[in-house]
Design a binder for this molecule. Sequence first.
Ligand code: TYM
Length: 334
Amino acid sequence: MTRPRLYSGMQPSADSLQVGNYIGALLQWRDLQDAYEAFFSVVDLHALTQPNDPAELREKTRRTAAQYIAAGIEPSRSTLYVQSHVRAHAELAWILSTITGFGEANRMTQFKDKSARYGTDQTNVGLFTYPVLMAADILLYQTDIVPVGDDQKQHVELTRDLAERFNARYGAAFTVPIPVIQKETARIYDLQNPTAKMSKSAESDAGVLWLLDDPAVSAKKVMRAVTDSEGTVRYDRESKPGVSNLLTIYAALTGRQIPSIEDEYAGRGYGDFKKGLAEVVVNEFGPVRERALDLLADPGELDRVLASNADRAAEVADATLSDVYDRVGLLRRS
Ligand code: TYM
């Protein structure tokens, strides 16, 4: 029986993934990989839109792949590969860019945010066309669902628009994908600034929980997380963003419901609650970190796994690209 297809990816933009990546994306990926034929990429071409040291980018790419596996993505069941290993991504991105409106790309809020943050000097054309490359990633695999955090929703909507436009113009080349966003965990916030999204590129490290950090460091960050003066462990996103964020993380990592955690800590202070969460974080990330470091100790083996998975990905991607080339009228090389 053929399973519906799933596609998702992450940028290798730091030495470690952060807990938002883990909860907002990786946990879903892990749970969906049986029911779907899944493709997971490390999107190194996307990472080039920011300044990088070449050797560091290579290392971050391996580290990201190792964390996927350590978190439970199985490269024998799911196709886990590096984006630049499959040439069709860049090629389809070009074709799709020719059917993307300038105004349409200009409406992407992530581009607006990033270009405002970096300033004109650092804002390159790649950052502008970034969502078109992401659309190519997804459409090459005839993807049915795209599990992502809430910040990627607009990009998946653009992908749908491009797929529909292409299909209307040239015939049904692409499956039109749907974004899958877990409402409760779609956005994990910075521990020090709980109204801002937790991000690999945060200015300060104190509010970011890294998967590969020493567990004692993560525990300390949890203990120092910003809360409020009420003293009651209660979910209220509006007036208690810090505590609500900690409750969301607690629930996601334990698979428990927020009310049951509120009950457990009723009448106890934030200190107890944070201690409990610190323990959860250490227990969850400790083994993931160890597995990731083990995998990274043998980069040759990791590279072999990534290469054979890239072959599997390329088979699917090349078939789609070849069909697209025919449909738009590129002359086949004889
Ligand atoms: P990236 O690398 O920024 O993030 C990877 C995934 O983690 C989610 N995420 C979060 N979820 C909840 N709370 C947070 N604080 C948080 N921070 C990040 C993101 O939503 C994402 O799901 N453009 C993408 C990578 C990409 C992609 C793709 C994704 C490229 N091609 C094709 C899906 C399909 C990105 O930069 O994700």
